[in-house]
Ligand binder design. Structure first.
Ligand code: N01
Length: 862
């Protein structure tokens, strides 16, 4: 490290933390020829594994996976002794790594950075510390972990306690003698759940003060799992690469069956297998595909775990108090335990349920609750951390461009680009920061990815002559929105946890880690680079500044995955297949999609229309009828599809709305060209309305609904019903409808290629269905028809859809004609988002709105 004239130490990169992240960064920076220094408040390496020395502390990701992967020789040189290694063994590993790569010489131990300030004129960070010289660095990296700032419990009277107080997160190095003592533990998160059985085995008496029960699974610890070790040793590089592109950072493929596709017995069998495996990733991802994303699918797992708790814990009242009921399984971090629940069968252990008797104060002799007084000699606080943002902000004030404090920028919740950088804070990087997968993943995999990305960028900048890098506001805003979109997929939003900041009073609320998956996230970080450092401004002396502004992800996260998967399949275009080939393709494609959910009844039938009969499929809700009827028209460009091709969509809307759906198999082009589909639709509507009672429905006006070309037919039949005196229609739900034959609107230009429904495909549909001379007819271009006097409408459009603007135009024209017309303009969605019910989960909110509007049309209470 060079020393400047005023004694300031000059270095290329400074970083905070000497845990997994800091050590690997130092190694990579050194190899890249960049000078670096790390600051560490502890007197040794280890980070979280240095501090958290409480009894029972272990990792809860199999240690074969919770290891560095950057150096095969390192992997060969270290063997883990247990499936889940203890804290001392992991700390030994990190010391071994520090020694092996001679990293300690670049670490300033027992040193706290007290302030970090960006110097605009020098374009460097200036760091003050409590031990040694000021440091000036070009780049500053917070490798300070996610759970490194302990959260103090907000309980009155702590200072008055006459006994000993310990924090799991700051456990004394030479241990604590608990034999013969009365101990209290406050907190039942991972730290509490790991330490409680060990403390119970030592203490004369243990009282556990539980505010929120947590889900815990037996770890079944022992030697490393032979099958995992075998697959690792068989192809180490392949195993690690799979981990990097997996959803969790552990190469275990998630389940693809949905809960409703399995019998009770099959679900139980899967659960028992997972329970006996003792692996969080297995139970979180391998039971059924909807366990982590749907409250019903999740409740099935939670019920099975609660049943386990009841079988383990002898006292039913204690079992009930230990059973979590206020959050979905996995929404709060579940724990791996060794004898946790069985510990409550011990005669020297008592559970105090703080939901029934809250703590009122800590007194000199113990803890007082609303109901009693518990005298103890020792209090152990396992009360958690000010997570993620706390781990950065608690280190020191960070002041960026224009004297702006990071704490102010994050006052309403963290804002980052990729969880790696913050606009207004040039040359500052966060490792596993808020907005990155971090604590939703195998941390070591995520740490390596971040360290690699950062160091690769610094090297590329050096090669190009750039000296500053900064995220743009637009990129950061886009990432914040993408994070919010992702958070709608999982159930984490339904729990008050440290993931959302809820455990710290006054902290801004919102999901902090990125729930979109490790592999997809890695792909996005790479994409930002390959798209010319998208979202970053780069400057340097003597080189032209570069700023490729924009948002790296504009699609909904699951839409992005669907489109990427389709792109990887390299499918022929629909229009290249011819109508028969395209129909066969759709049939085959639909056969592979997840089966729709159960409804009360599904009945196939036929209905007469002039000259022929049409098939229909009726979906009846499971609730008592009679139900109002929705006449539904499927999508497929008037050429493709059938009365059962939108089956999952109809089932979903039937369940959500509590209304009968009758999906009509109208005739298709080119065999039956315009206006057959429209006239079939009208005749079917009339027949269904006339036979509502025979169909088991409620008499009176029906609603109509349709998607895509089916939305076109739904809109058209409303006009025909008005002009032909019935039947009365209660309302129209038009999802991405075709409303006009004009191909020149902006959405046709913006989405001409690439989002499955393309401009050439729409041309192909139109050419098969309708002669150019007929295309202005309102029976195919309802936007060109008379709109006054139509039933109320709910028009849904998707951002990445050529049909977007004509749908919006129709809704606006309806409203202008005095028709009550509401809109949902779904951002980040593509044409097929809503019918792909169990694939595009982010469409659930939109479908809920559709069902709500249908109920409103039918006069049902919401
Ligand atoms: O902290 P927590 P943790 N009065 O926040 C309770 C990782 N980790 O240290 O839920 C009474 O989970 C609080 O109650 P409530 C892992 O990611 C990993 O245990 O807020 N109670 C809760 O029960 C984990 O998730 C391992 O109602 C109070 C507990 O304290 C994360 O670290 C091991 C209270 C805090 O639980 C944090 O775990 C350990 C009060 N005033 C940790 N304040 C591995 O196995 C808080 N609580 C790798």
């Amino acid at each position: 490290m060079a020393t400047g004239a005023n004694g300031t130490q000059q270095v290329d990169v400074a970083l905070v933390g000497a845990g997994f992240a800091g050590l690997y960064l130092l190694h990579r920076l050194r190899k890249a020829g960049l000078s670096a220094v790390a600051f560490e408040t502890a007197d040794d390496v280890g980070g979280t594994w240095y501090w958290n020395r409480y009894p029972g502390a272990r990792c809860d990701i199999a240690t074969t996976d919770y290891s560095y992967t950057f150096d095969p020789d390192l992997e060969a040189a270290w063997t883990w002794s247990e499936k889940y290694a203890t804290q001392p063994e992991i700390l030994s590993y990190l010391r071994f790594v520090a020694d092996r790569y001679d990293l300690r010489r670049d670490i300033r131990f027992s040193t706290k950075v007290t302030e970090a300030r960006w110097n605009e004129s020098e374009e460097r960070w200036h760091l003050s510390t409590d031990n040694g010289a000021v440091v000036s660095c070009r780049f500053y990296v917070m490798a300070s972990g996610c759970l490194s700032a302990p959260k103090l419990p907000e309980i009155d009277g702590i200072d008055a306690f006459a006994g000993d107080i310990y924090f799991t997160s700051r456990w004394p190095h030479d241990g604590v003698a608990l034999e013969g003592r009365r101990v209290a533990v406050i907190g039942t998160g991972s730290s509490g759940i790991q330490s409680i059985p060990m403390i119970a085995a030592q203490a004369a008496h243990l009282t556990v003060f539980q505010r929120t029960p947590n889900f815990a699974l037996p770890a079944h610890n022992g030697p490393p799992l032979p099958d995992r070790v075998a697959s690792l040793e068989k192809d180490r590089a392949g195993f690690r690469e799979q981990a990097r592109w997996s959803m969790t950072g552990v190469p275990i493929p998630p389940a693809t069956d949905f809960s409703w596709q399995l019998t009770d017995a099959q679900r139980r069998e899967r659960f028992e297998k997972a329970w006996s495996t003792g692996d969080l990733v297995v139970i979180l991802t391998q039971l059924w595909a909807d366990a982590g994303v749907d409250v019903d699918g999740n409740k099935l797992v939670a019920d099975l775990i609660r049943e386990k708790i009841r079988t383990i814990v002898h006292d039913p009242e204690v079992a009930a108090a230990l059973s979590p009921h206020d959050h979905p399984f996995g929404a709060k971090r579940p724990c791996l335990d060794t004898n946790y629940y069985a510990t409550y069968n011990r005669p020297n252990v008592k559970l105090v349920d703080l939901r029934r008797e809250p703590i009122e104060a800590i007194t000199p002799s113990g803890i007082e609750t609303a109901d009693g007084k518990y005298d103890v000699d020792v209090i152990v606080f396992a009360t958690g951390f000010d997570a993620m943002t706390g781990a950065v902000l608690a280190v020191h004030p960070i002041t960026g461009r224009g004297g702006v404090a990071l704490s102010d920028v994050w006052a309403k919740g963290p804002k980052t680009y990729l969880g790696l950088t913050v606009s207004g804070f040039p040359n500052l990087f966060l490792v596993t920061g808020p907005g990155s997968p971090s604590v939703f993943s195998n941390m070591v995999v995520s740490i390596e990815q971040h360290a690699d990305w950062i160091v690769d960028r610094l090297v590329a900048m050096r090669d190009a002559g750039f000296t500053t890098i900064e995220a743009t506001e637009a990129a950061q805003a886009g990432w914040t929105r993408h994070l919010a979109d992702c958070s709608m997929i999982t159930l984490h939003r339904l729990a008050n946890t440290w993931y959302t900041g809820a455990n710290v009073s006054g902290k801004a609320q919102g999901l902090m880690p990125y729930p979109g998956g490790v592999g997809p996230y890695r792909g996005i970080c790479n994409e930002a680079v390959t798209r010319g450092m998208l979202g970053f401004k780069l400057t340097g002396p003597g080189v032209a500044a570069q700023c490729n502004d924009g948002e790296v992800v504009r699609l909904q996260p699951d839409v992005r995955l669907v489109l990427n998967t389709l792109a990887e399949m390299n499918l022929p275009t629909i229009e290249s297949l011819g109508p028969d080939g395209a129909r066969a393709f759709v049939t085959q494609f639909n056969a592979t999609r997840p089966a729709g959910r159960l409804v009360g009844e599904v009945v196939d039938g036929t209905l007469p229309v002039p000259g022929t009969t049409l098939p229909y499929r009726l979906y009846r809700p499971a609730t008592p009828g009679p139900h109002p009827i929705v006449v539904y028209f499927h999508g497929g460009g008037w050429v493709l599809g059938s009365h059962d091709s939108d089956d999952p969509f109809c089932r979903d809307l039937c369940r959500r709305s509590g209304m009968i759906f009758v999906s009509v198999g109208y005739r298709h082009a080119p065999e039956h060209r315009f206006p057959t589909a429209a006239e079939d639709g009208y005749a079917a509507l009339r027949w269904i309305a006339d036979h509502a009672v025979e169909l088991g429905g409620r008499p009176g006006p029906v609603a109509v609904a349709g998607w895509s070309a089916g939305g076109n037919i739904a809109a058209v039949v409303c006009q025909l019903a008005r002009d032909r005196r019935g039947p009365p229609i209660a309302g129209q739900l038009l999802v991405c409808p075709v409303t006009d034959s004009d191909f020149e609107r902006g959405s046709y230009r913006d989405n001409a290629e690439g989002y499955f429904l393309t401009r050439p495909l729409m041309h192909w549909f139109w050419d098969h269905y309708c002669d150019p001379a007929d295309r202005r007819d309102p029976r195919v271009s309802p936007l060109r028809g008379k709109l006054a006097g139509l039933p109320p409408a709910f028009v849904v459009t998707c951002e990445f859809d050529p049909l977007r603007d004509e749908g919006i135009a129709y809704a606006e024209a309806l409203a202008a004609a005095g028709v009550p017309a509401k809109q949902l303009q779904a951002h980040g969605h593509f044409h097929s988002s809503f019918p792909m019910v169990d694939v595009v989960i982010t469409g659930a909110g939109g479908r809920a709105e559709m069902a709500q509007e249908l109920r409103r049309f039918a006069g049902l209470n919401s």
